[in-house]
Write a protein that binds this ligand. Structure first.
Ligand SMILES: [Zn+2]
Length: 500
């Protein structure tokens, strides 16, 4: 077997897997947006079938042999081909340890779990979802055991979302962030401005006009509106079917700006997915190296850009035209209203600051579930207890408490920390951009996002999964992960708003 033959063969398999993944993404998108609800079981079969197909291709003796042979000759290959091999080696080493029966059981369980999570939410009853979540936790514990029985099971699972991140660094970072957030919230609560902010939620915004605004901001970020589609789902998300088929979903809630900011958030994800190097198309490398880095891209657009005063200096006149009810609300009042800090029950409706406490609660609970220190049946009570302790409020129902997020029903355990990690990365990235371009905020004020887009493309987007998260962060920011930039950004932003 020649090296070229092996390489070509590997790329054929790589492309097949990539195409199958696209098909699964489309089935999931359809399932979460427009599929008739009765089709849940059939859809579970379809997704499960394709998942098994990918599993078979990824664990085939043929691919294993090719990877093994190529691994021995890595020095003769270019950096992209080496990265393909490294990524497959890592994936294969994990997948190979999972029995086919386990993969099938997991895939089927999560589709049914998501279905019952939806019913449980509608009926406001955790008990409906409980047996499915219990099954998921059992399967995940077993999965961690199969992959690496010597390591902490949570750290093993974390690698699926944040490869390279250790539990030690995660705990250290969260342990430094938590008291800083608590202190800032305490100071904000004591400020004379607290409670006197303008409450924009009192104003009702026409949904059709909200849709126009969503389309408008997405176009600002993504430019070409022939490659993305915005639809409605219960939970906003973004799925890439292919680089020119980016599906964004949003939802319209009581907060009139929820749809806008969630669309901005998902557009940030979409921009990342659409700008991987062309050479990486149909490959395992046409992806982010971790969810944290992916999240940094959505958070940056959502928080640092679109929740800044500079952005609204540019966009507010346009927005007021669309919503004449805002005619007499000053920019200052409006800006305050979109940045109100207030402990609340729903994670995705929370402000930038309290958001991290929502994440830390989930992190602490799921870690204990995996460690076997708490049982699934105890979750509603423990959830409410932590909300009382960290945020000072208690959910009245399961739907506004433990049932609010889709993640656990999808089998995504150890996923939540990536949201806070991504926010930390976004602050590091934005600080670096400002260092390199002192005129950046002025440019945002003029609606000029060229620098941001170019910087992100050059430093982050184009690399796809060729580089690891820590390599990208250290290359573009010159330092390792640190919560310091984020804390500095919060102190500055909320210090100005609340005059503290
Ligand atoms: Zn996101």
């Amino acid at each position: 077997m020649s090296l070229t033959n092996d390489l070509n063969h590997l790329k054929e398999i790589d492309k097949e897997i990539s195409l199958l993944n696209s098909a699964i993404s489309l089935l999931w998108w359809d399932r979460s947006t427009i599929m008739p609800t009765k089709a849940a079981e059939e859809r579970a079969e379809q997704i499960s079938y394709l998942t098994i197909l990918i599993h078979e291709k990824s664990t085939s003796k043929e691919l294993n042999k090719i990877i093994l042979r190529l691994s021995k000759n890595k020095s003769k290959l270019n950096h992209i081909d080496r990265a393909i091999i490294n990524n497959y080696s890592w994936k294969i080493s994990r997948i190979n340890k999972l029995p086919k029966k386990h993969v099938k059981e997991t895939s089927r369980t999560i589709v049914m779990a998501q279905h019952h999570w939806e019913i449980a939410r509608k009926n406001n009853n955790f008990k409906i979802f409980e047996p499915y979540l219990k099954k998921i936790i059992e399967l995940k514990k077993r999965e961690a055991e199969y992959i690496d029985s010597k390591n902490h099971p949570y750290e093993v699972l974390l690698q699926d979302y944040e490869r390279g991140m250790s539990l030690k660094i995660l705990d250290e970072t969260f342990n430094k962030l938590k008291p800083e957030i608590h202190t800032l919230i305490k100071r904000i609560k004591k400020s004379s401005k607290y409670g006197k902010e303008f409450n924009i939620k009192k104003i009702e915004f026409d949904v059709e006009k909200q849709k126009i605004a969503c389309q408008d901001v997405s176009t600002l970020i993504l430019e070409d509106n022939e490659r993305f589609l915005i639809t409605v789902s219960m939970h906003p998300f973004m799925t890439k079917i292919s680089p020119n088929d980016l599906r964004i979903t949003t939802s319209f809630r009581k907060d009139p700006l929820f749809s806008l900011f969630s669309t901005v958030h998902e557009s940030g994800h979409a921009l990342y997915e659409s700008e991987f190097d062309q050479k990486l198309k149909y490959s395992i490398l046409h992806d982010a190296p971790s969810l944290g880095i992916h999240e940094s891209q959505s958070r940056l657009w959502e928080n640092q850009v679109c929740k800044s005063k500079n952005f609204w200096k540019y966009y507010y006149p346009k927005y007021q035209k669309l919503f004449p009810k805002l005619k007499n609300i000053s920019l200052e009042r409006f800006y305050e209203s979109i940045n109100i800090v207030r402990p609340s029950l729903i994670r995705i409706e929370s402000d930038e600051l309290t958001y991290h406490l929502h994440i830390i609660i989930r992190y602490e609970l799921e870690k204990k579930l995996i460690e076997g220190k708490i049982a699934v049946s105890e979750l509603p009570v423990l959830w409410n207890k932590l909300y009382k302790e960290y945020l000072g409020i208690t959910p009245k129902t399961d739907t506004e408490g433990v049932l609010q997020d889709v993640h656990w029903s999808q089998g995504s355990i150890a996923y939540f920390p990536t949201y806070t990690l991504g926010t930390i990365y976004s602050a590091m990235i934005y600080e670096q951009m400002l260092n390199e371009n002192p005129k950046l905020e002025q440019e945002i004020e003029e609606g000029d996002f060229k620098f941001i887009k170019k910087w992100l493309k050059e430093n982050i987007h184009k690399h796809g999964a060729v580089l690891s998260t820590s390599e990208i962060m250290e290359k573009c920011c010159g330092k390792k992960i640190s919560e310091e930039s984020l804390i500095k950004y919060y102190k500055n932003k909320f210090g100005n708003i609340y005059k503290i």
